[in-house]
Write a protein that binds this ligand. Structure first.
Ligand code: X90
Length: 280
């Protein structure tokens, strides 16, 4: 497989990681209010969107890319590896699959494979970097696909949320989970379930307790010092505090810390932290 002819395509739930050695494209989801539409691309000022939303009390929703938008991102690569947000909560994965079928039909010989992350944010980035490594090491297309499928089973996503309002208003969590978060000062700790849905695990009073709880879950789920990626919505302090907990037991680990783009900011809301990690 010619590395120069490959492309990794992510939807913007992955928070737009930078391209390293393999071309990488992000396909935007949209945040929609009665006043404005926010396209989750590099031109969007996410901070300004968050400020707008803080004082906005009307209806808001999101929409996923259509197949055409994925096709444009595939460009003219011979080999496309496309990773989407969980297909259990978004139509993005379905749209990407339609695009991949059309791409292969329109260009015999080219290959496009879509991965359902069953997750969001940092877990997509972990997979993208893994795929990149395997391409660079000279693996064939189908080998990279097999390795990626296996890798996805060995990564996880945990999160801490201060509010589940936007998730609840858009029907992305169960009413029971939504109720958990209605108390001020309570953080909901949860994980992406094996089915790719939001699974609440604990109600914690205060950030410190919530982060300690995440760290316990990480270890119980099999974390043993592998890679960690932390996406936060206006809460770098939480990312740093979790890093300190990790480093107390695994001093060598250097989590990558970065702000959420629009889609994850909208749903994780201010104060939210998303933790993608490797299991042993
Ligand atoms: O298609 C669309 O309009 C997008 C819908 C996305 C809904 C879920 C977004 C979740 C973002 C919130 C915390 C992590 C939940 C993980 C569940 C797998 C982040």
């Amino acid at each position: 497989m010619n590395a120069l002819r490959t492309k990794i395509v992510l939807d913007s739930s992955a928070d737009m990681p930078k391209a390293q050695s393999i071309p990488l494209a992000s396909v935007p989801l949209k945040i929609i209010t009665a006043e404005k539409e926010y396209v989750d691309n590099e031109k969007l000022d996410v901070g300004a969107m968050i400020t707008d939303l803080r004082s906005y009390s009307g209806k808001s929703s999101t929409s996923c890319p259509n197949p055409q938008e994925f096709l444009e991102a595939f460009g003219d690569a011979d080999y496309v590896f496309c990773i989407t947000i969980t297909g259990s909560l978004s139509g993005s994965n379905n749209a990407a699959n339609i695009a991949a079928r059309q791409y292969e039909e329109a260009h015999p010989g080219r290959k496009a494979r879509v991965f359902d992350s069953l997750s969001t944010g940092p877990e997509l980035v972990l997979l993208a970097r893994k795929i990149e490594e395997e391409i660079i090491s000279g693996k064939e297309f189908s080998e990279v696909c097999d390795i990626a499928d296996a890798y996805l089973k060995k990564t996880g996503l945990l999160f801490m949320l201060e509010s589940l309002k936007n998730l609840a208003n858009n029907g992305r969590v169960s009413p029971i989970a939504a109720k958990m978060s209605s108390v001020l000062g309570i953080r909901v700790v949860g994980k992406a379930s094996d089915a790719g849905t939001l699974q609440p695990l604990n109600k914690c009073r205060g950030s410190k307790k919530a982060l300690a709880t995440i760290w316990e879950h990480m270890k119980n789920e099999g974390y043993r010092g592998g890679k960690v990626k932390l996406a936060h919505c206006n809460n770098e302090a939480a990312a740093k505090a979790l890093t300190a907990l990790i480093n107390a037991e695994y001093p060598g680990v250097k989590p990558e810390i970065y702000p959420c783009r629009a889609l994850c900011s909208f749903y994780a809301e201010e104060g939210g932290l998303l933790v993608g990690y490797e299991k042993a």
